[in-house]
Design a protein around this ligand. Sequence first.
Ligand code: PMP
Length: 396
Amino acid sequence: MELSQRITQITGGGSGGWDLFFRARALKDAGAPIIELTVGEHDIRTSTDILEAMHNAARSGHTGYAAIPGTEGLRAAVAARITAQSGVPTSARNVTITPGGQSALYASHLAVLDTGDTGLFIDPYYATYPGTIRAVGGIPHTVPADAGRGFQPRGADIDAAAKATRAKSLLVNSPNNPTGAVYARDSLRDIAQTCIANDMWLISDEVYDSQVWEGTHISPRALPDMAQRTLVVGSMSKSHAMTGSRVGWVCGPEDVIDYLITLSTHTTYGVPGYIQDAATYALGQGQRVEEQVAAPFRRRRALTQKLLAQQNVVHAAPIQGAMYVMLDIRATGMTGEEFGDALLDAEQIAVMPGESFGAAAAGHIRVAMTVDDDAYVDAITRLLGFAARLATGAPA
Ligand code: PMP
């Protein structure tokens, strides 16, 4: 029996650049001491008080169907966080709860793209973006952001792509996975102006908004005339180490949120009530908790900068936010894929090749700062030593 084009073409055919990741996992499963700096997941688990809130909610009976839009309590807590952070007055009616940010990305694109419409996004990009756009029947189209500009996108490039493709939407992500860039006010102003000039929706993936090391996180929804054309994607995954709980949100104009609630009725039927109660509890603990969850990455970012300063073969893109470091390894004469493969064989360290995040990240590798400090310093020291040997032609 034939399946739909839509489901068989989600990945567009390739492995999505995950070959190295799967090879490292297989080696690890076979007992090799691989250090994985690959996936964006904390090395700590969800805190016990959040788990207790979850347990208590379940024990007290919140195990039936939960409110499909999200519980009033959680919608209000998310709205309050967004108001405080962005300055844009936001009510519970501007928010709907989804099973994680990924589901929010899917729902947002489904809301604004019809079959055959183009959805723009910035290259380098988070691995699921093109597939998410294809999954709603859209055509993914990248706009490159150059390493030479610290991976900040340029308004003129977005404008040209928007005009060439008559795109209906633009997806941006700041703080950025995989580059670690935090978009500057100028970049965001250009993005906003381009969206307005080309009558595009802006989908702003802000799941790393609690992980800012340099600069300020600005939500483009707060820029003039943007609230009515911006859908913000958020999540508890990164801010509260709740990746497995699958709880996130879309924030946008009330009429869009109403349609997204209809979509949830016909797809997910909501998020478990005890998970929502745990998320409400977690948000109620305030920003200090988010800073605690972010602290190990802030520390490892400083450790990375210290190690990088002691050599001049490998160069990092500005490490401004999120749990990743994008390293330029072109001085070794290798591609990111070649370097990643060789590093895994020589040092048993797994990283992600830049190429798996798009052509704009070629010649780079992405390091996730997701192992404990000692293991992290050891891995980066060995990685830099390996690169130095390659660059000087010494035996690697
Ligand atoms: N956006 C970006 C940029 C991400 O890196 C991730 C997860 N790695 C997500 C969205 C989705 O996260 P979740 O579904 O866990 O909220």
